[in-house]
Unconditional design. Structure first.
Length: 288
């Protein structure tokens, strides 16, 4: 009787909530323009602790920093993105397939599989061949679990923990294979100075002018310091309705550190390091 009574009680609760919602809706319709504004539900995002480094787009200091940082040549159209995607030493099949699919998302990217060659030797070769960025996919137990993004020739270098990787064949109701058109890029919720830098790093991976005819969109969505990547194609169903198809791959990133200059595991100078015990003291404190 216990579980049965509990289910009856839960059903009754749902009915009461639904009835109250319908009643409020009728009251709002009856009041029309005089209806009070809807209450905004409380969420962790809209109750986040204020960060003094939150970027104001109209701030002169921010504008100066953007005009002089390492990404300025890209945003001034002085450079064309050219990306080298590589892996940890001797990658397994899943990591190899992920790199190949990632190269179809980022135009003008090239996959190179390392065989014992140190990153310190790869980076000068990349610079000599006019690569603008280096992406390194690390793996653990045959599963991709880390991403290093180094902007060339002067940095910075970001280290991310990678999780929830899904290849194209693992995505339900996926669309057809992506085309070679340069995608549009969407960057959501990178609001602090640190988040702004990370967002500019992602933006500089893609060509300046998206090819809208391809209807492809690469999205980096930051939520509670987790960066969710999705790759979609949108479809015009009518003049008013638009549908989307996920193309894949998909993955989630968590920033571990931001290092000045190019990759240097021994003597690198870090701008920011995620220290869990010191930084994760509040569920409402975010850094990006």
């Amino acid at each position: 009787r216990g579980p049965f009574m509990f289910l009856r009680w839960k059903q009754q609760q749902r009915k009461e909530k639904l009835a109250a919602k319908k009643k409020r809706k009728k009251e709002r319709e009856a009041l029309g323009d005089k209806a009070p504004p809807k209450a905004i539900p409380k969420t962790i995002e809209n109750q986040r602790v204020y960060d003094e480094t939150t970027v104001d787009p109209n701030d002169d200091e921010v504008a100066f920093d953007e005009a002089t940082d390492e990404f300025a040549p890209y945003f001034n159209r002085q450079t064309v993105p050219k990306i080298l995607i590589t892996t940890s030493d001797r990658p397994r099949g899943r990591t190899v397939r992920f790199c190949e699919q990632l190269s179809t998302v980022i135009p003008n990217s090239h996959v190179y599989y390392r065989r014992g060659l140190a990153l310190k030797r790869i980076i000068p070769q990349c610079i000599a061949r006019d690569f603008t960025d280096l992406i390194v996919i690390n793996e653990d137990r045959k599963i991709p679990n880390g991403l290093v993004l180094s902007h060339l020739p002067d940095g910075p270098t970001a280290h991310f923990r990678m999780s929830s990787v899904r290849l194209r064949k693992e995505i339900k109701r996926k669309g057809k294979e992506p085309t070679e058109h340069a995608p549009e890029v969407i960057l959501n919720n990178f609001t602090t100075r640190l988040g702004h830098s990370v967002g500019r790093m992602f933006a500089s991976l893609f060509p300046h002018d998206p090819q809208f005819i391809g209807r492809q969109v690469a999205t980096f969505h930051n939520q509670r310091d987790y960066i969710f990547f999705r790759f979609h194609r949108y479809i015009f169903k009518s003049e008013k309705k638009v549908g989307i198809q996920e193309l894949g791959p998909r993955f989630t990133l968590k920033l571990r550190s931001l290092q000045k200059g190019t990759f240097d595991s021994k003597f690198g100078e870090y701008e920011w390091i995620h220290k869990r015990r010191e930084m994760d003291t509040s569920r409402r404190k975010f850094h990006l």
